[in-house]
Design a protein around this ligand. Sequence first.
Ligand code: CA
Length: 353
Amino acid sequence: MLLVLAGEQSVAQSTNTFKSRIFHELDFDKPGKQLGYLRVPQSRDGGAWSTIEIPIAVVNGGKGPAALFTGGVHGDEYEGQIAISRLARRLDPASVKGKIVMLPAVDLPAALAGRRMCPIDGRDFNRCMPGDAGGSFCQMLAHFIETAIMPQVDVSIDVHSAGNSMEAALCSIMHWVDDAKVIERTKALAENFAAPFNVVFWGVDETATVAASAERHGTLSISTEIGGYGRVRPDAVRIAERGLENVLKWMGIIDGKPDITQPAGGRTRQMMVRDQGSYLFAPSNGLFEPLFVPEQKIRAGELAGYLHFVEEWAREPQPVEFPIDGYIWMAPGSGRVKQGDVMAVIMQDYSPA
Ligand code: CA
C-alpha cells in the first residue's frame, strides 16, 4: 500500500499552510480491520528521518455510526491502554455496523515512560488540542486527531484514570455545557458506559482537552477517571472494558444490550462538581496527611487532613477542613503538595439548577 499523507493535501514549506506532518497507511473508509501506526516525524541525533509510531486501529464494518476510543493520553494512566488494545485485537469487523477508531496509547512516549507529561516535548497531551501542524510532537499529534479523526466520529470516549498524583472515584466524567439536551444525551451515554458514578464537572483547565475537541465538533463525548495512583486497578479495567463494549451496543455498532448493572444495585449515580468551591487547594507547601479515600461521604467543616511541615519539626501541623458536603471525587496521591495544588475534589448528587 502506498503511504498517504493525512487528507489530500500537498505539503508546503510554511508551518501555517500544511495540513499535517504525520503520515500513515490507513484507509479509514475501507471495510475490515487495520492495526497500524500514525507516524509522527521526530528528527533526532542518530535518527535524521526517525518517526514515533503511535498505535491506531480501525475496525470498519460498513454503514453505521463511528466511535473513537482513546487511552494513554496520560502515560501514567493504564486501564484505558489495556482495555482499548484488548478490544482492538478482539473486535471482528464482520460483527460491526459502522466504524471504531482506537488509539490505546495516544501519548506513546509518555505511556512507555509511565509519565503524565510527554518526555519528547515536556507537554501534557490533554492540554494540546486543537494542536498545531507545525508544532511540537504533542501539538502535531493533537492537530491530527482534531482535524483528521474527530470530524469522522459520532461518539468519543477518552479513558483516563487519575494518574500518579491523584485517585478518583470510579467514574465517567463530562463537562457542563450550555445545551441542556446535550447534557441529557451525554448523561445517557454515561449511564450506558455504566461506571459506578458519572460526574458533570467544572474543571480547572479544560479548554484544550480531547473532550473539548469532541465538543467543538458536536461529537457526543465522555471521559473517565477510573482509579489512579499510577497503578492498575483490576475493577477499573473491567469497568473500562464493559463500558466500551456497552457504548458500542448502545450506538448499534455491535449487537447486544448494554450491561448497566451496578454492584450496589441501581444505575450509574449521576453526580456533579459545579464550580471551584468543590476543590480543596493546598493553602501552603507541605506534606499532606489526608483523612479520606475516594467515594467517602464527607461534611462541610469536617477535618480533611493535616499539612505537615517536616523541615520545622516543632511546628504543629495545619488542619484543613472540607469546604462543602458531598463525596470524595478526587483524593491526592503525591504526599508532598505545593501551595495551590488540589488536595481533594468533592462531588455532590446531580441537580441541574
Ligand atoms: Ca488524566
